[in-house]
Design a protein around this ligand. Structure first.
Ligand code: SF4
Ligand code: SF4
Length: 408
């Protein structure tokens, strides 16, 4: 699962036009998107994974099928119309067919976000019969070597077979490729591969640095020149190819002058329910200090969304400090990402340091310089797996993580 699977994603843009006939009457007091992070279990071990580094804390008490169905119903009553089923790898659960069918009955536009591992002819047919609208498949590179290296698995051939299976069942082919130092030199070839696979959409999602990708930032971050070249190739491809394939290039925060309006605003349109039932306004929110998030096992979803202290904490702009408080641009980005601000500065209420007006912007500049340092680059990647998550929790990886302020 990647951060870019939400927000400005192709799915979101597509779904705006196709919401199963459900009137898009949502206002700022209603969630439009429900993301079900249905399990943190995953057969892949991606170096850039957006899941929390301490996810192992949350793997023992996954919600049951009945609890998910109740959550779907309550969220639909609140106005949610788009459902993302994500993880971890959602296909590791054997009740996705049931959840998909219920989502369809409730009128959701549903999207399965998957690595492809576990997708079989039988399952995809059941998804089709149950009314699943959309499947988003992650791909990693044109080479088997880099695909297998960055995911720490042997999944290259499988992904191509799954792509063909998705296409043959009449689904729009939506590919997501996380871009980092190891594949950024292959942009043209990645685009050609996507076209050859019959992709309708491809999201080139530059790595954003949260979760595992923050720990591996020095190993993953490309240079500014590489990002610019990748964007140039993408634009050239768009102009020349005449292909029907829509190409989205998500600019990495660290190389932008201004932060993004994270999650389109805290508690504005996105609601995330995690594997163990926590209700969050964004994937990373549990890194923030002094916050108690609601949980669907104990709290009514309407209260969680409308009235819980956690969802109200960063709504609007009254929490802002300078320079955001009196900034002429604050409506555009709402001060950026609270998690990124906290992770990098230790202060969740300061401007996202990505912003060139932030007094902490030098942290971003230093990170970009650090990523060019051969000694730092040479540190081994810490892959996302249960063993390493346990080490993060126990503090065994402290030597490595302490350079990233405020990491657990
Ligand atoms: S390890 Fe990879 S496939 Fe699994 S959740 Fe993380 S990014 Fe997705
Ligand atoms: S100072 Fe704050 S509100 Fe202004 S552009 Fe930067 S992050 Fe956005």
């Amino acid at each position: 699962m990647t951060q870019n699977s939400l927000g400005d994603s192709v799915v979101q843009k597509t779904v705006q036009a196709q919401n199963n006939g459900v009137a898009a009457t949502a206002t700022h007091t209603q969630p439009l998107w429900l993301l079900a992070e249905i399990t943190y279990r995953c057969p892949l071990h991606c170096a850039f994974c957006y899941n929390p580094t301490d996810y192992d804390k949350h793997t023992q008490n996954e919600l049951s099928t009945e609890q998910w169905i109740k959550t779907l119903r309550e969220a639909r009553k609140l106005g949610a119309i788009q459902l993302g089923i994500s993880g971890g790898e959602p296909l590791l659960r054997d009740d996705i067919e049931e959840i998909v069918a219920e989502a369809h009955k409730l009128g959701y536009y549903s999207n399965l976000i998957t690595s492809g591992v576990g997708l079989t002819e039988k399952r995809i047919q059941a998804f089709k019969d149950g009314g699943l609208d959309h499947i988003q498949l992650s791909m990693h590179d044109i080479t088997e070597e880099i695909n297998n290296f960055i995911t720490n698995t042997k999944t290259f051939e499988l992904k191509k077979k799954v792509a063909a299976m998705i296409k043959s069942h009449g689904y729009p082919m939506v590919l997501n490729v996380v871009i980092h130092r190891y594949n950024i030199g292959h942009m043209k070839e990645i685009l050609e591969m996507a076209e050859a696979l019959g992709a309708d959409y491809i999201e080139l999602a530059n790595t954003q640095y949260y979760g595992w990708s923050l720990i591996n930032r020095n190993q993953l971050m490309p240079s500014k020149e590489q990002v610019e070249e990748a964007e140039r190739i993408t634009n050239e491809y768009r102009a020349k190819s005449g292909s029907k394939m829509k190409v989205f290039f998500v600019v990495p925060d660290y190389f932008a002058d201004r932060p993004k309006k994270c999650m389109n605003g805290w508690g504005e349109v996105f609601m995330i329910v995690t594997a163990n039932g926590d209700v969050l306004p964004c994937h990373s929110a549990r890194v923030l200090p002094n916050m108690k998030f609601p949980n669907v096992k104990d709290d009514e979803l309407g209260w969680s969304w409308k009235d819980s202290p956690a969802f109200n904490k960063y709504r609007g702009d009254s929490w802002m400090k300078e320079p955001c408080r009196n900034c002429a641009e604050k409506e555009k980005d709402l001060g950026g990402c609270r998690c990124q601000a906290f992770l990098l500065t230790g202060d969740a209420e300061t401007a996202d340091p990505v912003c060139s007006l932030s007094p902490h912007h030098h942290i971003i500049e230093k990170a970009i310089e650090d990523a060019k340092n051969p000694q730092l680059q040479a540190q081994p990647i810490i892959f996302r797996n249960d063993k390493n998550s346990k080490k993060v929790i126990s503090g065994e990886l402290e030597e490595r993580t302490k350079e990233f302020h405020a990491l657990p």
